[in-house]
Ligand binder design. Structure first.
Ligand code: SAH
Length: 343
């Protein structure tokens, strides 16, 4: 809802048809209007096959739901673009688009700010301002698509915010983005990353949606994890592993463990060895992310020899592992660099 009005972009096709019928209009109008919305229109008057009196009725009861590109930054080191979007209430969020040869991946934000407090991440510095609604997450994709004139093929829910702390909107977003006559982006092309909210992961597992789940682990030791991630005070690694096994059992999907490597903090052989013990035999994959510096902390990336040593140790022990090359670092678009306002 937006004030008293319904946001049309927040509805599935069926829900939109129901809404149209509730206004005393025929069903087929609902389908027509749904398809207009996915042509990314800004105003009801653009719906030129919908009679004026219906458009008026729509305007009285609803808004389409649009966020606006406030600014766009283009990386000089790779093909990454960062968008600042202005929301209807004046807040600003960031979205990153990464173009590869035959893929366009968009990293969407989920909340304005974040309350998880991971101390290596810029998104959480000012805390949580508010959750995004499902349509505000969806519209990031639509606006990037329109701006680049190219279909988005993959989505990573890895921008600002914790998707499972905004659970209902995240789930609705997954539903909306999957709509056949909408964006029609399959669940398998979507990755949801979480810092490890155990009860929410369990709930998600029960839905059996075939998305890719990524867990931000960052250390195999509880005490070390607590030093960098306050959420570790609430959930132990043992509980995270338990719920991950449950998730795999329910969905048969491989889990990704994200591990931001921080020099002298979590990059030792001891941590690599414990990580191997934890993950041995599990349907999983480790994604190492050399930490991206942020202004508020003096964390550094380990030297490349140490990164490779950590990676080799996992490989030798048959844990599948890749190194994530964060894109867009020159425009503050890399992992952990997204923030509420561009400074
Ligand atoms: N809240 C979600 C998604 C946000 S961030 C989560 O915690 O998973 C996506 C990934 O980037 C997470 O693994 C996060 O820990 C990592 N990240 C955050 N700050 C980073 C930084 N400065 N350098 C590298 N990775 C970082």
């Amino acid at each position: 809802m937006y004030g008293e009005k319904l946001v049309l972009k927040n509805l599935t096709e069926l829900e939109l048809v129901d809404f149209i019928v509730s206004l005393g209009l025929p069903k087929f109008r609902g389908k027509q209007i749904f398809s207009w919305i996915y042509r990314d229109i800004k105003d009801f008057d653009q719906m030129n096959n919908i009679p004026k009196n219906i458009r008026r009725k729509l305007r009285e009861n609803s808004i389409i739901g649009n966020i606006e590109i406030e600014e766009k930054f283009e990386s000089k080191v790779d093909n990454t673009k960062k968008y600042l979007f202005l929301l209807n209430d004046g807040n600003i969020i960031e979205t990153v688009a990464m173009e590869y040869e035959n893929r366009l991946t968009v990293c969407v934000s989920n909340q304005v700010g974040c309350r998880m407090g991971c101390n290596f991440c810029a998104s959480t510095v000012d805390g949580l301002i508010r959750n995004l609604e499902a349509w505000e997450i969806l519209d990031q994709i639509m606006k990037v698509q329109e701006n680049l004139g190219k279909r988005v093929s993959n989505i990573v829910m890895m921008g600002s915010g914790e998707p499972l702390d905004n659970y209902d909107n995240s789930i609705r977003f997954l539903k909306l983005v999957n709509e056949e006559n909408g964006l029609n982006i399959g669940n398998r092309h979507i990755t949801l990353s979480t810092c490890g909210l155990v009860d929410r992961i369990e709930k998600l597992a029960d839905l059996q949606i075939p998305i890719n789940l990524a867990i931000s682990l960052h250390s195999p030791f509880d005490d070390k994890r607590r030093e960098i991630m306050p959420v570790a005070n609430k959930y132990k690694i043992e509980d995270i592993m338990g719920v991950c096994r449950y998730y795999i059992e329910k969905t048969n999907r491989r889990i990704t463990f994200e591990y931001s490597l921080i020099k002298d903090k979590n990059d030792s052989d001891k941590e690599a060895a414990r990580l191997v013990e934890l993950l041995r035999g599990m349907l999983c994959h480790v994604n190492l992310i050399p930490v991206n510096p942020i202004e508020e902390r003096d964390y550094e990336k380990p030297k490349i020899e140490y990164i490779n040593r950590f990676k080799n140790y996992l490989e030798k022990n048959r844990i599948p592992v890749t190194i994530r090359n964060s894109m867009g670092s020159d425009i503050g678009g890399a992992c952990g660099q997204l923030r509420r306002k561009f400074k």
